[in-house]
Design a protein around this ligand. Sequence first.
Ligand code: HEC
Length: 112
Amino acid sequence: MTRTFNLAISIAAAALTMTSASYAADRELARNKVEMMCANCHGVDGIATLPGAANLAGQQDEYLRGQLKAYRSGARKDPVMGVVAKTLSDEDIVNLAAWYSGLKVTVEMPSQ
Ligand code: HEC
């Protein structure tokens, strides 16, 4: 028995929104880093390209920063993200979290 939900998520990848007044991230640096280090698995648009990787588009800035720091310190363990996060500076983490949290996501609830 399957119940079908029409869950449509559309991403306006180009429509970046600044999420807070204290946004100090460098968008150009962030995009370069995302393309080099994250896009293969999480997409530049934050939609995961691997079944085991998370969608990051529109995720909370604070949550993203927290998770990246946890991978970096080893408090959160994952063989892939542990290696990736070890190379990130605090500034990289601010930039990357700002990039992914700044992607605008629209969610459509399933109709009954
Ligand atoms: C080779 C694939 C790969 C690359 C490259 C990669 N990730 Fe990941 N990422 C994953 C996987 C797999 C997970 C799920 C790990 C887990 O279960 O903890 C993950 C999890 C995460 C999470 C936690 C998501 C959540 O919902 O808690 C964040 C944040 C994240 N990645 C950010 C990044 C950033 C930023 C980069 C680039 C600097 C990056 N990742 C590069 C594969 C990748």
